[in-house]
Design a protein around this ligand. Structure first.
Ligand SMILES: [Zn+2]
Length: 308
């Protein structure tokens, strides 16, 4: 190669590098990295076997299982991003489930999931229309996740907060800056916004060993109002345990005695952390988009799209 040709090549390379750096400075971000869409192994509890799925196939099945398809499109999009982020966090943490699977459809340790065949069985009339809507929500947010300080967040969500979401600090004793309490007046349309459960003294005795409703005392509450500890006679019990025994929708209660019955008035459904799904739908119905929704329930997060 001649000296002149070499010089031209060096100048061109320098020009291209300058152009690249300028573009990056103007955009204020790293170049969009190319990702390969991850594949996951999902353990299906009922069948006791695992399936290999692409991440997006899995997210569609999670959205189908975790949120009513009749919800607003922007709420479904928020759900897709939350489910995708939650999944990424799980994959990074590297916990394994039965049969060494990456994820499980057991809601007590992971997220719910259904196949399109199961979805069709649940919604024989609206299957086509609702499947299309869920796929649209997933496709329009394809690869998008939430980050806090560059890391995918632990994007917890629940059905209905009942007026205020819970903080990680109160639930787990550990402050997680993006999981803080926020007022939510958007979930009033949920039947669990406030619900009443009635227990006869006999039933109460069978379940808790205590028949006198006055023997049940709420000892401590979170600032948001959810119960933390109760006393049954002289026995201390956590609110989570009491919720599980009586199968209550949440841990936010007021107790009332009515004749020989105990009335438990519960607010919300679920643990109250992160996104309130009915709240997401309420916000979407008022014209908010999925970024507004997620930004309300997860504080100070950034959105990031994996290109695949
Ligand atoms: Zn709510």
């Amino acid at each position: 190669m001649s000296r002149k040709a070499k010089n031209i090549l060096i100048i061109m390379a320098g020009f291209l590098l300058l152009l690249f750096v300028t573009c990056m400075l103007i955009r204020g971000c790293k170049p969009n990295e190319q990702f390969t869409e991850p594949s996951i192994n999902l353990y299906r509890t009922e069948e006791k076997r695992s399936y290999k799925l692409t991440l997006e196939e899995y997210i569609q099945g999670v959205v189908a299982a975790e949120m009513p398809a009749s919800f607003e499109l922007e709420a479904l999009k928020a759900q897709a991003v939350a489910a995708r982020t939650y999944t990424l966090r799980k994959l990074i943490d590297g916990r394994k489930y039965a049969l060494n699977a990456d994820l499980s459809d057991n809601i007590y340790e992971c997220q719910a999931y259904i196949s399109w065949v199961e979805f069709g069985d649940r919604h024989p009339r609206d299957k086509e229309q609702w499947q299309k809507k869920i796929m649209q929500a997933c496709n329009e947010t394809r690869g998008e996740i939430m980050l806090y300080q560059g890391e995918p967040i632990d994007a917890l969500y629940h059905s209905t907060c009942g007026g205020i979401t819970e903080s990680a600090l109160e639930s787990w004793g550990k402050d997680i800056p993006y999981l803080r309490s926020t007022n939510c007046n958007y979930c009033r349309q949920s039947k669990y916004y406030e619900s009443i459960q009635v227990f006869s003294s006999g039933e109460l005795h069978r379940l808790t060993g205590v028949s006198n409703t006055e023997a049940i005392k709420i000892l401590t509450k979170t600032p948001a109002g959810r119960c933390k500890k109760l006393k049954l006679d002289n026995r201390l019990i956590s609110a989570e345990e009491f919720r599980r025994i009586l199968q209550l929708p949440s841990t936010w209660w007021s107790l009332k005695k009515h004749k020989n019955n105990l009335l438990i008035i519960s607010k919300g459904y679920g643990h109250g952390l992160g996104m309130c799904q009915y709240g997401a739908n309420g916000m979407a119905a008022q014209g908010k988009n999925y970024h507004d929704i997620l930004g309300k329930y997860y504080k100070d997060i950034d959105f990031y799209r994996m290109n695949y």
